[in-house]
Design a binder for this molecule. Structure first.
Ligand code: SF4
Length: 346
């Protein structure tokens, strides 16, 4: 099942990234992040450890593009925001609102002098992201799945938003992945989700470094033949500045969410929801269906949903909830463990 496989890949990457390399490097792992047009199953953000600790000074929540624009350029001394921040491509009032939002979250200091909004930084925003790596999880590679995958990977390579792209597939599908029509730039990982440790994943094909700091090409439409003719390719240019901005946003989202945020869109408050230990990683399990369930089916619309009985929620109820609340807190705690503490203030 693809969701369980995806969690196994995320859990493995969190402990053993990079494949076959020095696992002392700091890496954050997240799921289902990307752009408006493309989401990757697994994202690995390779981090500078000092920068990652300094990033913690800005709190656990992600900084969106507007907030990043403020904190990255906020000056060390008080200055009028229009003098301190780069000229935006939209009206200045939106920048002023972002400064207020940043101050409300304690990211910068803000004051009004003579009717002018001034700001001052609290901490320099660090360069904490070294590389962004995208992994597409395809446990089963039927002929049509391989075709779709090859098309997606070609688009990823043309855009070059990630530094590397990989396909993770089941060990017995690795040959099919090698023989598929995918680009040679994409790496291939053979995963045995029933094994633990570094040995659970083998590198079948090493990826090439993509030029993430150079212009890229977004493929919007590919030619389709048949019917009344052939349509044309449609491309869009992706500037290095756009890519840099997107990479930072993806890293920020990864920082906040990690890969365990799946529980936020499931129903751990259902009496049938469990986390079942598996060799690779604990996975959600539905005792009503007697199998692992996906976030899509484990939702409020699930016909078998039944709330936890109130007797399960005694003690801290209703503040902390029953076993479902405890599972959510456990996953939150595990997620937070991978974000280091900020350095001591001097
Ligand atoms: S019964 Fe439905 S809502 Fe409850 S755990 Fe199973 S899939 Fe989720």
């Amino acid at each position: 099942m693809e969701f369980g496989f995806e969690l196994a890949v995320c859990g493995w990457a969190e402990r053993h990234w990079p494949p076959g390399g020095n696992t002392d490097r700091a890496a954050l792992v997240a799921r289902q992040l990307g752009t408006k047009h493309r989401r990757w199953d697994t994202i690995v953000v390779e981090c500078d450890p000092t920068g990652l600790a300094e990033r913690a000074q800005f709190g656990d929540r992600h900084l969106d593009s507007d907030l990043l624009g403020v904190v990255r350029h906020a000056p060390a001394e008080w200055a009028w925001y229009r003098d301190a921040l780069p000229e935006p491509e939209y009206p200045w009032r939106y920048v002023r609102e972002a400064v207020t939002r940043a101050a409300d979250r304690g990211l910068v200091d803000r004051r009004t002098r003579g009717g002018r909004v001034e700001l001052r930084r609290r901490h320099p925003y660090p360069d904490w992201v070294e590389r962004v790596v995208a992994v597409e999880n395809k446990p089963d590679l039927s002929a049509s799945a391989a075709r779709d995958l090859a098309r997606q990977l070609r688009q990823d390579v043309a855009l070059g938003l990630a530094d590397e792209v990989w396909v993770a597939t089941r060990a017995d599908q690795a040959t099919a992945a090698l023989l598929s029509d995918g680009p040679v730039e994409a790496g291939i990982l053979a995963v045995d989700p029933d094994r633990r440790g570094t040995d659970a994943v083998d590198v079948v094909w090493r990826p090439r470094q993509l030029p993430a700091d150079e212009p890229g090409t977004r493929i919007l439409e590919r030619p389709s033949t048949g019917g009344h003719g052939t349509s044309a390719w449609r491309f869009e240019y992706a500037s290095p500045a756009w890519k840099e901005n997107k990479r930072r946003q993806i890293a920020e989202r990864a920082y906040e969410r990690g890969w365990r945020a799946y529980v936020d869109s499931m129903r751990p408050d259902c009496r049938y929801f469990e986390l079942q230990p598996e060799p690779a990683v604990s996975r959600p399990f539905c005792t009503a269906k007697n199998r692992g369930q996906s976030p899509r089916e484990c939702a409020g619309s699930c016909p078998q949903f039944e709330p936890e009985p109130p007797t399960w929620r005694q003690g801290d109820w209703p503040i902390d909830g029953g076993p479902g609340g405890a599972l959510t807190r456990l996953l939150d705690h595990q997620r937070a463990r991978h974000r280091p503490e900020p350095p001591e203030e001097s």
